[in-house]
Design a protein around this ligand. Structure first.
Ligand code: C2E
Ligand code: CA
Ligand code: CA
Length: 556
């Protein structure tokens, strides 16, 4: 810290500047350096410390201004003012941070000593008031002062400033498990990494137990805040040392930008903290920018990065949900559903990660991996008699997968590789997919169907109202979406829709499967309406492969 800079010499350098009074007679024991203006004073003080001696004939506003400048740019410098004539207004100089005001040049040596001592004490006191004792970072008080001050400046200059607030995920567990001394040593390691990674001009503060903040000034572009956030999160990729044991930490970070927070310090802190809460809700180890982007996009950033590693790190697996005849007595097949278990996010629902796979194109590799895994698994169950020889595994295909020119070939290869007969595989496609890729889809599906693979239209009735595609597309099953099934017992229009889908399917000689059957009443109403099969929590939830034999027992 700079606090010792002004006091480290027994006989300090005197940085002298005279405003309007020429040169006084100074004792020869003093090492005096003459400065032409306030900037030179501050620069010289930064270089070699010392005590600043301002000389003027009397008190003037100009003198006060120079002192204000010193207090702002070199707040740890000790200042003595030597006036030729006493003045009633010297109090103002003391209030502005001058340590001593004298009117006789014979008093200079002792005034310099006193000023030096006073400043030293002030600095020590200030340290206690403004800095965190453990990490020596700015504390909440100083952080708030600086934020307020910087916001005013940035507002005037129409510049952008970012506030990043973050805390260490599940830090309380470390304190609980290893004790507070260990927790403190980790906090020190964290703050050391942060100090190295932040720019000198930025304020780095510890504003709570394990909560840190960075005020990043003069952003060139608003999206630079993402770069800083990434950098902070990146500091935690490497393990920390806990008495020889490696420990991995992560942070949840929220950031706010000055313009969006209307240059209001309280609002800005609130916005950044709210974004940090969002990051935690997302499963931690991530950052969220306050309102900088649409919510979907903000969440997407972290998921996307993690997804690139997910398959290679064995975080992806399949669950299986049985499909049964309407009486619930026979298993007709299972639907394979992809799962992602991230070590920090936990289990991420497919509704969140499948769309990201689609926009990034990762769905092509993940989809094919899932299909192959499901085929291999189902082949095993067929061979061991856990499912009947005409049962089918249903695999979801995403629209994006149809962009691959050799999709049919890849699927047939997967069958070859795993030994699963084509008649035991169903592909689930959606209406929207069919509409988006009509031509490619029709050709690919025709080829696959020719080989014996069945095609089911998923979420039927929720997509397009036009059913013309049913005339041209080769389809074997319609799946009634859960939307029309869940209230079928109480809502007569849902019942009418389900009933007409069943009729439509049967008149086109297609099978029909109801999704999301959660109770016995729903099951029997669908049975009455003539539905062929169903799946839903009422019979079984999707389960891991290991649980399927038990679920299927007695139902083959
Ligand atoms: P989907 O194809 O419509 O799958 C059925 C969804 O309904 C599954 O949600 C399943 O867990 C859920 N479900 C089943 N029975 C019930 C019930 O009785 N009540 C309720 N409330 N829900 C039930 P899940 O597993 O969360 O999957 C969501 C969606 O993610 C799937 O909808 C599908 O569109 C997509 N998806 C899942 N796995 C894959 C995959 O491997 N590839 C592709 N492309 N998409 C997948
Ligand atoms: Ca499905
Ligand atoms: Ca569905």
């Amino acid at each position: 810290m700079a606090l010792t800079a002004a006091v480290q010499f027994e006989n300090p350098m005197v940085l002298f500047h005279s405003i309007d009074a020429g040169m006084p007679e100074l004792p020869s024991s003093l090492r005096v350096y003459l400065c032409g203006d306030q900037d030179e004073l501050v620069e010289s003080w930064m270089d070699c410390g010392g005590v600043i001696l301002l000389h003027a004939s009397t008190y003037t506003e100009r003198l006060l201004k120079i002192q204000d400048h010193i207090a702002q740019t070199a707040p740890d410098a000790a200042v003595v003012v030597l006036l030729n004539y006493p003045d009633m207004r010297t109090d103002r100089l003391l209030e502005a941070g001058v340590q001593e005001v004298i009117t006789h040049d014979t008093d200079v040596v002792s005034a310099i000593k006193t000023a030096k001592l006073r400043k030293e004490r002030e600095c020590v006191l200030q340290t206690f008031v403004s800095f965190d004792v453990l990490t020596q970072l700015a504390n909440r008080q100083l952080f708030q002062d600086r934020l307020e001050h910087s916001l005013e400046q940035h507002k005037r200059q129409r510049k952008e400033l970012a506030l990043l607030v973050f805390d260490i995920d599940r830090f309380f567990r470390i304190n609980e498990e290893y004790g507070h001394a260990v927790g403190d040593s980790l906090l020190l390691q964290v703050s050391d990494r942060l100090k190295i990674a932040t720019r000198k001009a930025d304020t780095l503060a510890r504003i709570g137990g394990n909560t840190f903040a960075i005020v990043a000034e003069n952003l060139q572009a608003a999206n630079n805040v993402s770069i800083i956030a990434e950098k902070i999160c990146g500091l935690f990729h490497e393990a920390f040392d806990l008495n020889g044991e490696e420990i991995h930490l992560s942070v949840s970070l929220g950031a706010a930008l000055s313009k969006q927070s209307e240059y209001d310090p309280n609002k800005m802190i609130h916005d950044a903290e709210q974004a940090m809460q969002e990051a935690k809700q997302m499963g931690r180890n991530s950052y969220v920018l306050y309102k900088a982007l649409r919510p979907e996009d903000r969440i997407r950033g972290s998921l996307e990065r993690a997804l690139y590693q997910a398959l290679a790190n064995d975080q992806i697996f399949m669950e299986y949900q049985p499909q049964v005849t309407m009486d619930g007595k026979h298993i007709t097949g299972v639907e394979a559903l992809m799962r992602w278990n991230h070590p920090i996010f936990g289990s991420v629902p497919p509704d969140q990660f499948i769309p990201v796979l689609e926009t990034t194109g990762l769905i092509e590799s993940f989809g094919m991996w899932g299909l192959t895994a499901a085929c291999a698994q189902f082949k095993e169950w067929l061979d061991s008699g856990i499912v009947s020889s005409d049962a089918r595994v249903s695999v979801n295909l995403s629209p994006r997968q149809f962009h691959q020119p050799n999709l049919a070939e890849q699927i047939l290869n997967a069958l070859d590789e795993t030994g699963l007969p084509a008649k035991n595989l169903t592909l689930e496609i959606t209406e929207s997919m069919v509409m988006e890729n009509q031509k490619e889809a029709a050709e690919t599906l025709a080829q696959l169907r020719f080989e014996g693979i069945a095609i089911a239209v998923d979420d039927f009735g929720t997509g397009y109202s036009s059913m013309a595609y049913l005339k041209v597309l080769p389809v074997d099953y319609l799946k009634i979406d859960r939307e029309f099934v869940k209230d079928i017992v109480v809502d007569s229009s849902d019942k009418a829709i389900a009933s007409s889908i069943i009729h439509l399917a049967h008149s086109l000689q297609l099978g029909v499967v109801a999704e999301g059957v959660e109770g016995a009443a729903i099951q029997s109403m669908l049975q009455e309406l003539g539905c062929d099969q169903f799946q839903g929590y009422h019979f079984a939830r999707p389960v891991g492969a290991a649980d399927i034999p038990a679920v299927c027992e007695g139902c083959v």
